[in-house]
Design a binder for this molecule. Structure first.
Ligand code: ZN
Length: 388
């Protein structure tokens, strides 16, 4: 990866008691371990003279790592010379190859430039369509810790942001070929500059900044960056994406859910909130549902008593009386909104629009998100003028 330095850590993290020691710590060359073999990861075997490149299948037997598992727990494959080999026994060789790196004990990143992947993805999508035929699809892509370093990625001469965006776009296309009306969701982090879409991200060789420019605008973004949720939701909303808050995350309380509810109530185009568990912890699902149904949010972090969303919004306006944005909000005009069929009317002020949805704030502070196309032509024109 052309990195100027490598840090080596040895130790134990999170240990509480007991004895721990390290014996015989060594850094050693392991040679051909976890050898990746695909068109984008060639292997080169050279003699000591720079131009003497040896040929696989002629000078040596094809190299494979039959125990390939992305861990450092097995013997390396060796280079076996063929009878007609030009390599002399005992000669020094310089071997260059790509090896896969596991990210967690059971995960390894794939290469988004590998052409064979499209075929695998297409087959998976076909199976999902055949057996489940879902209306909503969720691309389980997040925390992509590696990429951009192989020959296939380099040959494209694209940024990592483009490579990722292109890969996501192709997956959405694949799904839409099977179901043109499919609603497709994806995790937020790799498209979020406040989270993982930046340079120097883990072992990614290249810059992920701008990845959000290269994906379809009708992708739904499941935002899970709780700490920077305000910036994250605003980022996607401004770009015209519709968002979903991925809340809960196996916590012991629903504290973070309050925060999410509060933030999405002010996010144009927010679709809602999702109970997100990785450990199948469903104990709080009922309370979560009650909270969402009531629209309860806390007023202040230290305020233990939850209140109705409407009250919270009113008092929030009062609290920030002197901020310029609130003054603009106070000055916003209440008008009567009508649905396309002319049957329903509602008095509210405009509170933003994104991704084909409009947020309208009623006098009691409740914010309602409505599909733009469900509003009357006059209301739609009003919003259009407002945008300019
Ligand atoms: Zn690659």
């Amino acid at each position: 990866m052309g990195l100027p330095a490598v840090r080596v850590y040895a130790g134990i993290w999170g240990g509480r008691s007991g004895v721990f020691w390290l014996d015989d710590l060594r850094v050693e060359e392991v040679g051909l371990l976890n050898v990746l073999r695909r068109p984008g990861t060639p292997i080169t075997v050279r003699g000591e003279r720079p131009n003497a490149i040896h040929e696989e299948g002629r000078d040596f037997e094809p190299i494979t790592d039959p125990k390939l598992n992305f861990h450092f727990d097995h013997d390396c494959p060796t280079i076996k010379l063929r009878p007609e080999s030009r390599i002399r026994q005992g000669q020094t060789l310089r071997v260059s190859y790509y090896h896969g790196t596991s990210v967690t004990p059971r995960q390894v990143s794939l290469c988004m430039s590998e052409p064979g992947l499209d075929e695998i993805r297409r087959k998976q999508a076909e199976l999902v369509q055949k057996h489940l035929a879902p209306r909503v699809w969720f691309l389980g892509m997040d925390e992509i810790r590696q990429g951009g370093s192989c020959a296939a990625c380099k040959a494209r001469k694209k940024s990592m942001a483009e490579i990722l965006g292109d890969y996501i776009t192709r997956q959405v296309q694949r799904i839409r070929e099977l179901n043109p009306d499919a609603e497709v969701f994806i995790w937020s982090d790799m498209l979020d500059p406040h989270h993982n879409a930046h340079r120097d991200y883990y072992m990614v060789d290249g810059d992920l900044t701008g990845s959000w420019q290269y994906v379809p605008k009708d992708l739904r973004i499941a935002c899970w960056n709780h700490k920077a949720r305000e910036q994250s939701l605003a980022h996607f909303s401004r770009l015209g994406f519709r968002t979903l808050a991925a809340a809960y995350y196996d916590a012991d309380t629903l504290k973070s859910t309050y925060g999410w509810l509060d933030s999405i109530s002010r996010t144009p185009g927010a679709l809602g909130i999702m109970y997100t568990t990785w450990r199948k912890k469903y104990d709080l699902l009922g309370s979560f549902g009650d909270l969402v149904a009531q629209g309860v949010v806390p007023l202040l972090p230290r305020d233990s008593a939850p209140r109705r969303l409407s009250k919270a919004s009113e008092e929030r306006s009062e609290a920030k009386e002197d901020s310029p944005s609130t003054n603009r909000q106070t000055a916003a005009e209440f008008r009567t909104w009508t649905d396309r069929g002319g049957r329903y009317k509602m008095e509210a002020e405009f509170a933003g629009a994104a991704g084909g949805a409009v947020n309208l704030r009623q006098r009691n502070g409740d914010v309602i998100s409505i599909e733009l196309e469900k509003l009357s032509a006059e209301d739609q024109q009003w919003i259009e003028r407002r945008k300019k």
